[in-house]
Design a protein around this ligand. Sequence first.
Ligand code: FAD
Length: 265
Amino acid sequence: GTQVEWKEFEKSKVYMADLESGLHYLLRVELATHKTLEGEELKIFKDFITVVAKLFPGRQSVVKLLETLLEWLVSLPLEKIPYDAILDLVNNRMRISGLYLSEQVQWVGCQGSSVALRGYPCSLWTLFHVLTVQAANRPDALANTGFEDDPLAVLQTMRRYIGTFFGCQECGKHFEEMAQESLNQVKSVDEALLWLWRKHNQVNARLTGSMSEDPMFPKTQWPTPDLCPTCHEEQEGLHVWDEQMVLAFLKQHYGASNISPKYSS
Ligand code: FAD
């Protein structure tokens, strides 16, 4: 395989290169397995692009690309959109106006010790954590989208995207089970970002020792004490989370000002 140079990074940061590479992979690879989008699939894709276009804390050229894609999807009177048309828009027509999404994937915080490990799934988790934090920090961002005042906007959109498009169908099934179990208990944007954190840890616990675990990045209950000492407490000899501290930590860690532009060109 191709040897990719290791990129130094900090665990305490989020990398724009991962988020943009994730979007690249989603739009150019994952979506390509659906030759046309119609009906429920088209609605799910539109909703996904709506949420990302409104909440993605990215570079102006990328946000503009997402907004242009959204305008195009919304204005199109078609019930059926060929994937090639989306690809043409993302690759060619937008380029002319200087809107640009990186042409290749470049994993940084999501790089794995082999090409089969980490990468895209890691970037998708990262993207959704970032979006739930943005939804909490910018309550008006989803105005006039049909998602205003909906604390579940990001999570429902994620759930439906994962269930319909995510290449790992097993993952989609598991995520749907978790959502059915407890998503209806989420009543605020803060609870939404804590819900995603809790479920991600549940997935980490399930995957400990599995094939998808990168030996260089063992599955942990996150954030580990070195990242957030105050998130951890002990009660009668048992580990418990201080959820108020976790909430504050998530807002800081996945907040726009903690996203590093390093390696994103
Ligand atoms: P990831 O779990 O991808 O996490 C990425 C980064 O997020 C970590 O490096 C860390 O910085 C941070 N992080 C870790 N835990 C948390 C947390 N609790 N809250 C906030 N941030 C955190 N794989 C399977 O084999 N089976 C499955 O059923 C499965 N289900 C999945 C469901 C979804 C919705 C997604 C997006 C992925 C799923 N995957 C599943 C893939 C798997 O969860 C990992 O993404 C993959 O194994 C890569 O792991 P990773 O080490 O890069 O860390």
